[in-house]
Design a protein around this ligand. Structure first.
Ligand code: HEC
Length: 82
């Protein structure tokens, strides 16, 4: 049992489709409460739009510390722009 668990941890859960990327984990944690993360990964926006969207989500009630918000925005700007 422990061995199986360790293997999953070492392999970074790649086989399950979940990423080991800390920013993606944050997005899963902070951004999937009201809608699926498909809403995020399915859209490409400019850097400026991501800043606006994340600010809007926080107004909607998304919980994230300043540091978490910055990490999420940095990730989106890097990976989810056109
Ligand atoms: C408290 C609920 C809530 C949480 C948590 C939340 N959202 Fe949303 N999200 C919404 C609502 C409501 C809408 C639809 C209205 C709107 O676009 O403002 C939405 C829409 C969106 C859209 C589509 C916007 C568009 O213009 O097409 C994106 C992208 C998005 N959310 C990203 C995020 C990200 C990134 C996070 C994490 C930082 C997040 N959401 C967390 C409530 C939430």
């Amino acid at each position: 049992m422990m061995i199986a668990l360790s293997l999953v941890l070492i392999s970074g859960c790649d086989m399950t489709g979940f990423s080991n990327n800390p920013a993606k984990r944050l997005i899963k944690k902070r951004c999937s409460g009201c809608h699926s993360t498909k809403r995020i990964y399915g859209s490409r926006r400019s850097s400026k739009e991501w800043e606006e969207i994340v600010a809007r989500m926080i107004r909607h009630g998304a919980k994230a510390t300043g540091e978490e918000r910055d990490k999420i925005i940095d990730y989106l700007k890097k990976e989810q722009t056109p």
